[in-house]
Design a binder for this molecule. Structure first.
Ligand code: C2E
Ligand code: MG
Ligand code: MG
Length: 687
C-alpha cells in the first residue's frame, strides 16, 4: 500500500486563502457586471426619446422596443448573477469555517484522527499520531498503517474496515499497532465511512485512542484477581479453573491422568509467631520459589520419555492461602508418580532456609488426589486433597497420603461429629464422671480425676471419640470451663461430707487448645474464686506431649498456673518426648505414668524396669508418681514396692457419676473402720 497525500489533507495544512480568492472573484465579477452595465446603458441610450434613427420611423420605434426589452433582460441577469455570487460566497465561507473547525479539532484532539481512501491509503493523519506513535507526518506518509498493525490483529482490522464501508461504520475495535520505538500499543478505533458522490463510501474516517495504559491496568487487575499478592503464584480461583479444565480433559481422554498435591507446611504458625510476620512472609516467598523450580524440573520428570502427549500444559503451582500450596500435575501415569513427586518436593523443602539470619528447617505434609478417585468438581477434588493432607498431618506430619474414599467418609463423619458436639453443648449433654485417685500405701481415696462423658440419647460416648475434635474446634473451651466449675463444686461438697487430712483433691485435664489460651490462668482463677475453691486442692493435668511441644512457652504458662496456687501434673508420661531433664525446668508436682506401661509391667520385664526407673528418677526430681490404669493386684503390689505413691485404675474404681462417688466415699469410710478389724480395702470398691 502506498499513500498519496492530497492537497486538502496534505501534511502541511494551510487553510484555503478565501479572501484572496474572493477578492479576485470580485474583480472578475465586477468587471463582467461593469461591461454588461456599460453595454446596457449603451443600448438604452439608443432608445432615449431624443435619439432618432434616420429613415423609417416605424421600424426605429420597434427596434427601440426590442432593445429596451433586451436591456431589461440583461439587467435582470446581472442582478441574478450578483445574487448568486453572494449566495456562493456565503456557502464558501461556511465551508471554510467548517474546515477551520475541523483543523482546530483534529490538530488539537488527544485522539488520533485519520482519513484513508478506499485502498487504505492515508489521506490525513492528525498530529496526535506523532505524540502517540512517535512517527512524524513524513514517516507516516511513507509507511502503511496496515503494516504497522500487529500481524495477529490484521485480519480483524481488515474485516471491520470492510464492514465499515458497507454499513457506514461506527463499530469500535481494539488492536495492537507498532510504536516507532518498536513496542506495541493498543488502540481502540472507530471508523466511519465517508460517503462519495455516487452513494458509495469514498474512504474512512478513523478515530483511534491509545488504550495501552488502560489495558495494562486492566491486565494488572486481572492478574491480581487470579494471583496471590505475596508469592505471585496463581491463587485458589485460578487453580480451580485450571483443575476444572484438567478434569474436563481427563473425561474426554481416558488416557489423560493428573494428580493434585495439597502441601501444608508443618508448624508454620510457630515460625510465624516466633520470627514475626515479615519473616514469615519471607519464608513463604522462599518456599514458593523453591517449589516452583522443583515442579518445573518435575515437569520433564513426570512425563518421562514420552513427551508426545503434552496436551494439558505444565504443572501448576498455586497458593490458595496461608501456609498452603497446591500443585496440579497433569500427565502422571499413576498415583506412584504423584507420590514420587511429593517425596521430591519434601526433600527439596527439607534443605534449610535462611530467614533473618536464622537457619530454618521445615517439613511439609502432602495430601494427594489422583484423577478418577474423586468427584468431577474441582472444588471437591481440592477438598479431598486437603482431607488427605490432614490425614498426613495426623499420621505424624512430614509425610504424604493418597486420598481414598474411606478418608472422605471419615471426613463426613467428623463434620457430623462437630455439628453434634455443638448441639450437645447447647442441650447440656455432657456429664462429669469421677475416677478415684488412691494412695497405694493404704488404698485410701485421696482425690478424683474429672472425666467428661457425653450422654447421647443412643448411649454414653467416651472422650476418646470426641475430645480431640472438641479440642480442634475450640468447643473444649466452654466444655471444660463448665467441667471445672462443676468439679470444684463437687469436691467442696465431698470435702465437707468426708473430711480428711489432707483434704480430697480434684484433678482436671487441660488440652492443647486450652493450654494455648493466653489467659488460661485468669480463666481458671475466675472459676476458683466463683466456686470458693482452695487452689491447693486442684490439680491440673497437662499431657507430656503438650508440655514438651514448645518447652520455652510451657515453662512460662506452667509458672503462671503454678502462681495460682494449684498443683500441676504431667499426664500420660512415657508416650511422648519423655524428657526427665526438661521436666526439671517445669514447676510440676506429679508425674502420671501412662497406663500402657502399667498394663505391660507384669508381663514384660523391660517395661517393669522402665517403670521402676521412672519412679526413681521422678523422686530424684522431687515429683510424686501416679500410676494410671492399675487393673490388678500384682500391678498394685509392684508399684507399691517401687515406692509409687498414688494409683488410679479399674482395680479401685472406674470413673463414676457424682452420686456413686458419695457411695464410694461412704463405703471407704466404713471400710476404714473395717480395716481396723483386718479387711483389705480394694474389695470394698464397687466394680
Ligand atoms: P487421662 O487423663 O489419661 O484419663 C485416664 C483415662 O484412663 C480415662 O479414660 C480412664 O477411664 C482410663 N482408665 C483409668 N483406669 C483405667 C484402667 O484401669 N484401665 C483402662 N483401660 N483405662 C483406665 P477416659 O475417661 O476415656 O478419658 C480418656 C482421655 O480423655 C483422658 O485421659 C483425658 O486425656 C481425656 N479427657 C477425658 N475427659 C476430659 C475432659 O473433660 N477434659 C479434657 N481436657 N480431657 C478429657
Ligand atoms: Mg488425665
Ligand atoms: Mg492419662
Amino acid at each position: 500500500m502506498t499513500d498519496h497525500s492530497q492537497p486538502g489533507f496534505s501534511a502541511h495544512h494551510t487553510p484555503i486563502p478565501i479572501r484572496q480568492v474572493e477578492g479576485r472573484e470580485w474583480w472578475l465579477w465586477g468587471f463582467a457586471v461593469a461591461v454588461t452595465l456599460v453595454l446596457t446603458c449603451g443600448i438604452l441610450s439608443l432608445t432615449f426619446p431624443g435619439f432618432h434613427l434616420p429613415g423609417d420611423d416605424f421600424r426605429s420605434q420597434t427596434l427601440k422596443e426590442w432593445v429596451r426589452g433586451l436591456a431589461a433582460l440583461v439587467l435582470l441577469f446581472d442582478i441574478y448573477t450578483v445574487y448568486q455570487h453572494l449566495q456562493l460566497q456565503r456557502i464558501r465561507r461556511r465551508l471554510a469555517e467548517r474546515e477551520r473547525l475541523f483543523h482546530l479539532i483534529t490538530e488539537n484532539a488527544a485522539d488520533m484522527i485519520a482519513v484513508v481512501d478506499r485502498q487504505g491509503n492515508r489521506l490525513y493523519n492528525s498530529p496526535a499520531y506523532k505524540k502517540i506513535l512517535g512517527y512524524n507526518l513524513e514517516e507516516l506518509a511513507s509507511t502503511s498503517s496496515f503494516e504497522q498493525v500487529h500481524p495477529d490483529d490484521r485480519a480483524r482490522v481488515l474485516q471491520v474496515a470492510q464492514k465499515a464501508y458497507f454499513t457506514s461504520g461506527g463499530e469500535s475495535l481494539e488492536y495492537r499497532i507498532r510504536h516507532k520505538d518498536g513496542s506495541w500499543r493498543v488502540l481502540e478505533s472507530t471508523s466511519s465511512a465517508i460517503p462519495g458522490p455516487n452513494g458509495k463510501a469514498d474512504g474512512l474516517v478513523i478515530v483511534s485512542r491509545d488504550i495501552t495504559e488502560r489495558k495494562r491496568a486492566e491486565a494488572l487487575l486481572d492478574h491480581r484477581a487470579f494471583h496471590d499478592g505475596l508469592t505471585n503464584l496463581p491463587n485458589r480461583a485460578l487453580f480451580l479453573d485450571r483443575l476444572q479444565r484438567a478434569i474436563a480433559v481427563s473425561q474426554r481422554h481416558r488416557e489423560f491422568k493428573f494428580g493434585v498435591l495439597f502441601i501444608d507446611i508443618d508448624k508454620f504458625k510457630v515460625f510465624n509467631d516466633s520470627l514475626g510476620h515479615a519473616a514469615g512472609d519471607d519464608l513463604l516467598i522462599q518456599i514458593a520459589r523453591r517449589l516452583t523450580t522443583c515442579i518445573r524440573s518435575a515437569d520433564t520428570f513426570a512425563r518421562g520419555t514420552d513427551n508426545s502427549q503434552s496436551t494439558a500444559g505444565d504443572n501448576t503451582l498455586a497458593r490458595p492461602g496461608g501456609d498452603e500450596f497446591v500443585v496440579l500435575a497433569p500427565e502422571l501415569r499413576d498415583p506412584s508418580d504423584a507420590i514420587r513427586m511429593s517425596e521430591r518436593l519434601q526433600q527439596r523443602l527439607a534443605i534449610p532456609f535462611a530467614v533473618k539470619g536464622c537457619e530454618i528447617v521445615i517439613t511439609a505434609s502432602i495430601g494427594i488426589v489422583f484423577s478418577g478417585s474423586s468427584s468431577a468438581d474441582a472444588e471437591d477434588v481440592l477438598r479431598d486433597a486437603e482431607i488427605a493432607m490432614y490425614r498426613a498431618k495426623h499420621a505424624g506430619k512430614a509425610r504424604c497420603e493418597v486420598f481414598d474414599n474411606a478418608m472422605q467418609a471419615d471426613a463426613v463423619k467428623r463434620l457430623q461429629l462437630e455439628t453434634d458436639l455443638r448441639k450437645a453443648l447447647e442441650y447440656d449433654e455432657f456429664r462429669v464422671h469421677y475416677q478415684p485417685l488412691v494412695s497405694l500405701q493404704d488404698t485410701r481415696i485421696v482425690g478424683f480425676e474429672a472425666l467428661t462423658r457425653w450422654q447421647r440419647p443412643q448411649g454414653i460416648v467416651m472422650p476418646g471419640e470426641f475430645i480431640s475434635v472438641a479440642d480442634e474446634t475450640g468447643l473444649i473451651l466452654p466444655m471444660n470451663r463448665q467441667l471445672l466449675r462443676e468439679a470444684c463444686q463437687q469436691i467442696r461438697r465431698w470435702q465437707s461430707l468426708f473430711p480428711s487430712d489432707p483434704p480430697l483433691y480434684m484433678s482436671v485435664n487441660v488440652t492443647a487448645k486450652q493450654f494455648a489460651q493466653p489467659d488460661l490462668d485468669s480463666q481458671i482463677k475466675e472459676i476458683l474464686e466463683q466456686t470458693g475453691m482452695d487452689p491447693s486442692w486442684v490439680d491440673l493435668e497437662i499431657t507430656e506431649n503438650i508440655a514438651m511441644g514448645d518447652a520455652e512457652r510451657s515453662a512460662i504458662v506452667l509458672s503462671e498456673l503454678k502462681a495460682l496456687g494449684v498443683r500441676l501434673s504431667i499426664d500420660d508420661f512415657g508416650t511422648g518426648y519423655s524428657s526427665l531433664s526438661r521436666l526439671q525446668r517445669f514447676p510440676v508436682d506429679t508425674l502420671k505414668i501412662d497406663r500402657s506401661f502399667i498394663a505391660g509391667m507384669d508381663s514384660d520385664p523391660e517395661t517393669h524396669e522402665i517403670v521402676r526407673i521412672i519412679v526413681i528418677l521422678a523422686h530424684n526430681l522431687g515429683l510424686k508418681v501416679v500410676a494410671e490404669g492399675i487393673e490388678n493386684r500384682e500391678q498394685m503390689e509392684m508399684l507399691k514396692h517401687f515406692g509409687c505413691e498414688l494409683g488410679q485404675g479399674y482395680l479401685f474404681s472406674r470413673p463414676v457419676a457424682a452420686d456413686m462417688v458419695v457411695q464410694l466415699l461412704a463405703s471407704q469410710h466404713a471400710a476404714r473402720e473395717g480395716l481396723d478389724q483386718g479387711s483389705t480395702v480394694p474389695h470394698s470398691f464397687p466394680r
